[in-house]
Design a protein around this ligand. Structure first.
Ligand SMILES: NC(=O)c1ccc[n+]([C@@H]2O[C@H](COP(=O)([O-])OP(=O)(O)OC[C@H]3O[C@@H](n4cnc5c(N)ncnc54)[C@H](OP(=O)(O)O)[C@@H]3O)[C@@H](O)[C@H]2O)c1
Length: 386
């Protein structure tokens, strides 16, 4: 029986994680849950999974939740401190990090610093402060298990092999909702169109990141820190069907890949129960039914965000954090109808051009860059408003 905390329990990864807990009640016990402001869904989860402590980042939503759960034995905390406290609950062994965006950095670091193993879905903290997170994980004897399907595939393809024999990592990308559109057509894309991901049902932010290919840019940075490999040895391959989740090429030119139907419960459960594999009652991949798999190179002209991901790593220091913050602001503005789809890349690029990168030796350095880049990107949103 593993005692777990889920940060971001009301989201797409969070609810898939609880689905696994529900299917394997003898394997997991939930002691802490957190969300942003969704007190209604969190209340349902409290009554169903009986955590000892929960937290909402919104103070107002936490006050509502305390009233709703007055009849129930649960402690309701709030704000950044509340999230960090739930992330460090003494009885927890594993923290599933599934908040969206940079808001997950402080609670995920709190979990690492209190010695919890991490099942990491929330990629943005790795982008903001990957080197620091890995140093802290080493210092506290913490293992970080990837949840992102691509990184889980690489993690699985590396097992039993020597890192020094790896030639390159190959991250696959579906290409997102807009892969077939021309540059001109991309100008007029609506949020509804960009949210129609062909293979995965995910939260809104990552679905837009998939459509711009920024998700792959963020994943290149995540892979660099998770697997300690330079960006020059990380490649991206467009694979529309999302069946091969990623590959590792070795020095003898063997390639090892992990395949499966797109369902996040597979990588989530692997990260939660490593090295065991839980008997998930899901449809099997039938390759005869699929027939063909297709591959092509990324198109950096129509989708410039992937290249920005590589560039942020080449510059290093706080540049990935600046890129991440600008992306969060730009995606939000696009979803709210404030800017065109194509302005997302422009805002990220201009923010990066204006940023003076420095070392990320402390979490404060990453957070300071995050604040600066958000302000800069917000001013760009105003100037590019439709
Ligand atoms: N979804 C996927 O299949 C998938 C796959 C690979 C990686 N990931 C990564 O996993 C992370 C979560 O993605 P998702 O798709 O599950 O996102 P999501 O559905 O939008 O859920 C986000 C979760 O974070 C909470 N949250 C939002 N803002 C917060 C804040 N300021 N403070 C504290 N909590 C906050 C939300 O709470 P409320 O409900 O209260 O807003 C919700 O519980 C992302 O980093 C994403 O890139 C996701």
């Amino acid at each position: 029986m593993k005692t777990i905390v889920i940060l971001g329990s009301t989201g797409s990864i969070g609810t898939n994680t609880l689905d696994i807990v529900n299917r394997f009640p003898a394997d997991f016990r939930v002691t802490g849950l957190t969300a942003g402001s969704n007190d209604e869904v969190l209340e349902e989860q409290i009554r169903r999974f009986k955590p000892r402590v929960v937290a909402l980042s919104s103070e107002a939503a936490a006050a509502k939740l305390r009233r709703r759960c007055a009849d129930f034995p649960v402690e309701v905390l709030s704000g950044q401190d509340g999230l960090a406290q739930v992330a460090s609950l003494s009885e927890a062994e594993l923290v599933v990090s599934a908040i969206v965006g940079g808001a997950g950095l402080v609670p995920t670091l709190a979990a690492i610093r209190s010695g919890k193993h991490i099942a990491l879905a929330n990629k943005e903290p790795m982008v903001m402060a990957g080197k620091l997170m890995q140093e802290e994980a080493r210092r506290h004897g913490v293992k970080i298990f990837p949840v992102d399907s691509e990184h889980s595939a690489i993690f699985q393809s590396l097992e039993g092999h020597r890192l020094e024999d790896v030639r390159r990592l190959i991250l696959t990308a579906s290409g997102g909702a807009l892969w077939t559109l021309s540059k001109d057509q991309l100008q007029d894309v609506t949020p509804e169109q960009a949210l129609q991901h062909p293979n995965w049902k995910m939260g809104a932010k990552i679905t837009i990141d998939s459509a711009t290919l920024m998700n792959k840019g963020l994943e290149v940075v995540e892979a660099r820190w998770l697997f300690d490999i330079p960006e020059s040895r990380i490649d991206v391959l467009i694979h529309r069907e999302s069946i091969i989740h990623s590959l590792v090429e070795y020095e003898d030119r063997s390639m090892i890949a992990q395949l499966g139907l797109p369902d996040m419960r597979t990588p989530i459960s692997y990260a939660m129960r490593y090295p065991e594999r839980l008997p998930l009652d899901l449809p099997s991949l039938d390759l005869t039914e699929i027939g063909k798999l297709s591959f092509c190179k990324p198109d950096h002209d129509r989708f410039p965000c992937l290249r920005l991901g590589y560039e942020s790593l080449r510059i290093g220091g706080t540049m990935p954090a600046a890129m991440n913050a600008a992306n969060e602001i730009a995606v939000d503005a696009f979803l709210n109808g404030g800017i065109r789809f194509t302005a997302i890349a422009d805002i990220i690029r201009s923010t990066m051009e204006a940023h003076q990168s420095c070392e990320v030796n402390t979490v404060e350095a990453a957070l300071e860059t995050d604040r600066w880049a958000r302000e800069k990107a917000e001013s760009l949103v105003v100037s590019l408003a439709r």
